[in-house]
Design a protein around this ligand. Structure first.
Ligand SMILES: NC(=O)c1ccc[n+]([C@@H]2O[C@H](COP(=O)([O-])OP(=O)(O)OC[C@H]3O[C@@H](n4cnc5c(N)ncnc54)[C@H](O)[C@@H]3O)[C@@H](O)[C@H]2O)c1
Length: 596
């Protein structure tokens, strides 16, 4: 029989604590909600009422249920109020000494059988537990932000947590409607261990002015389907909390440089820019605690101004190549009203590309997304050719041939001879340095990367890669073209992986390393990222879709260019590729797909 929890305590009513109170009270459990001062209690109460009022306004909670929920919460100052609760969840700031002090006090105040839980994200639950005389009743219950919304709870057992305490807490999570993964006490557990290296890396990109905050966030949302970008997420987590988590993970997690907090984070914390809770972090919010972003001095002026930056007029576009990307790109430009010249290496290839474009457009007609007239008009705009010289008078060339530097360089050298002055020459490379391609021409200022995502007609993102020689007019032209295609163009520097792959693949590689270390299972890791962070797919699902060979190649490139030891490909990934387990395409990757 699992233990009954009729009354629980929550200590600290900040970003997490107030949400945790709501989770318990919503599920019929009485809560004693404790803060350090009357003012802090009022802040916590305001957060709770704000959140439940929003739920009522959205029709997700009946008014009567809200009132019942609020009536279950007893707000108090000081830990003494917790004398008769069955369980306490501590959610005070991420400092070991503070948490140890609180646990020693809870041990004195609470009844002997009470379970004492910490919501720590990165500190050692074991070290916290030894501040009490009942370490076997101390456990980690790690909720995710925002606690009322995110389904995941990481239950962290130490070597001394008793099995029945673990079982009772697991049953409680189920009663709260949460999905739990139970794991051992390791820095960052599953989700944060995989998340924070990525967040820190995104901040370093921003700090180095590699891309703007809007572009970094848009890239990860639109390129990977994440619910929010990394900098917006840092603001939600709180920069002070994020700093402490990174710092602890760095010290506890083997001094991985990728967890050493980027200096900018500390500077922002010192300046009081803590994120949403203080009204300003990477973005500016309507008021402290508000989720609504308001424009500030860094907000880019609306597009349309792009033409004023000297963007060139583009009417005629050449697309070189006959693969998946070239085919999709032809369709995208033709549908957007551009005149397109497709150049392949022969009439046979052209016929095949033409057929594929037709099939795809027809699908649009069947789905009611495109009229027959628009389909015919789009097809009518494309000229099929096998002669590069036909690109003499286009305004823009998009190259999407095989991913080999020598081939691309030779092509760009030819385009340089053929194309008129003022043409913008774009490469869709996803891994080669754009500057190498640019220097194969006599006009590197006109060369830019236009990294479309697959499938090009569907994916809304294009990375615009500017080299150190790309002119502002060329970048402005690329931006204007992306806008005209209905895509979001994000501008970044010419570094391996651009924005999306540079942030995504090290995270995937870390997940493989975590599996390799037997810390958790592929299923639990996938669950943790989907339910704790709202990712559309877990890392192993995604790796199997992308292909393990492709992922390994990208990870190797990143490692070779940046020489970051933490980017070294996971040996398990190498072994799986060697064994021919490439993911869905070969029937087996991290999972067996043959019978699915
Ligand atoms: N922010 C997140 O996204 C997130 C997610 C999961 C877990 N966590 C963890 O949750 C914990 C709390 O983080 P947060 O982001 O909510 O911090 P926060 O700074 O938003 O809130 C902490 C609250 O604790 C209160 N407090 C401080 N000392 C206290 C005391 N002695 N007694 C009672 N209350 C006290 C503060 O007044 C404040 O309201 C940390 O361990 C953090 O790592 C945070």
């Amino acid at each position: 029989m699992a233990r009954e929890f009729t009354s629980v305590g929550v200590v600290g009513l900040g970003t997490m604590g107030a949400g945790i109170v709501e989770v318990f009270a919503r599920n019929g459990i009485d809560v004693v909600a404790v803060e350090i001062s009357a003012a802090a209690v009022e802040r916590g109460r305001a957060t709770l009422t704000g959140s439940t009022d929003r739920a009522v306004a959205k029709g997700k909670l009946a008014e009567a249920d809200r009132d019942a929920l609020l009536s279950r919460v007893d707000f108090q100052v000081g830990l003494d109020a917790l004398h008769s609760v069955d369980l306490v969840v501590e959610a005070v700031p991420e400092h070991l000494d503070l948490k140890q002090r609180i646990f020693a006090e809870l041990d004195r105040v609470c009844k002997p059988e009470a379970i004492l839980a910490t919501n720590t994200s990165s500190l050692s639950v074991t070290e916290i537990s030894v501040a009490t005389t009942r370490p076997n009743q101390v456990i980690g219950i790690h909720f995710f932000n925002p606690a009322p919304v995110m389904k995941l709870v990481e239950v962290v057992r130490t070597v001394v947590t008793s099995a029945d305490v673990v079982a009772d807490v697991e049953a409680l999570c189920e009663r709260l409607g949460k999905v739990d993964v139970t794991i051992n006490d390791r820095a960052g557990f599953i989700a944060n261990a995989l998340l924070f290296g990525y967040l820190n890396h995104a901040v370093s990109m921003f700090e180095a002015r590699y891309a703007t905050r809007e572009d970094i966030d848009a890239a990860m949302k639109l390129g990977c389907g994440l619910p929010m970008g990394p900098l917006a997420l840092m603001d939600l987590i709180g920069l002070d909390t994020a700093y402490e988590i990174l710092d602890t993970m760095y010290r506890r997690g083997g001094r991985d440089r990728r967890h050493a907090p980027v200096p900018l984070i500390k500077q922002m914390v010192t300046a009081g820019l803590l994120g949403r809770k203080s009204g300003r972090g990477f973005y500016t919010y309507e008021r402290p605690g508000s989720p609504k972003v308001v424009p500030d001095e860094h907000t880019p002026v609306a597009t349309g101004a792009a033409l004023a930056d000297g963007a060139r007029a583009i009417a005629k576009v050449g697309v070189v190549g006959s693969g998946t990307m070239a085919t999709g790109i032809i369709e995208v430009f033709a549908k957007a009203g551009y005149e397109v010249i497709s150049v392949t290496r022969g009439a046979e290839k052209s016929a095949k590309v033409c057929e594929t474009v037709k099939t795809s457009l027809n699908k649009g007609v069947v789905r009611g997304k495109l009229s027959e007239a628009d389909r015919d008009a789009a097809l009518g705009r494309v000229t099929w050719s096998a002669t590069l010289e036909h690109l003499a008078d286009v305004d823009l060339v998009v190259e999407a041939v095989v991913e080999e530097l020598s081939v691309k360089k030779a092509l760009f050298a030819s385009l340089d001879e053929i194309c008129k002055p003022g043409v913008v020459l774009a490469t869709t490379t996803s891994s080669l340095p754009v500057i190498d391609v640019a220097m194969a021409t006599q006009r590197p200022a006109d060369v830019v990367g236009l990294h479309f995502f697959n499938p090009a007609p569907i994916m809304p993102l294009v990375e615009i890669v500017q080299t150190i020689r790309t002119s502002t007019e060329t970048t402005a032209t690329a931006r204007a073209v992306c806008a005209a295609l209905g895509k979001t163009g994000v501008v970044c520097g010419d570094r391996s992986g651009f924005i999306v792959n540079a942030l995504l693949f090290p995270y995937l590689n870390d997940a493989v390393k975590m599996l390799e270390a037997s810390y958790s299972t592929a299923d639990d890791i996938d669950h943790a990222m989907k339910l704790g962070c709202g990712y559309p797919m877990g890392p192993f699902e995604l790796l199997d879709v992308v292909g393990l060979d492709v992922s390994l190649a990208i990870q190797r490139e990143l490692y070779l260019e940046l020489r970051e030891p933490g980017f070294a490909p996971a040996p398990l990934l190498e072994h799986l590729v060697t064994a021919g387990y490439l993911g869905r395409k070969s029937g087996r990757g991290f999972r067996d797909h043959t019978n699915r």
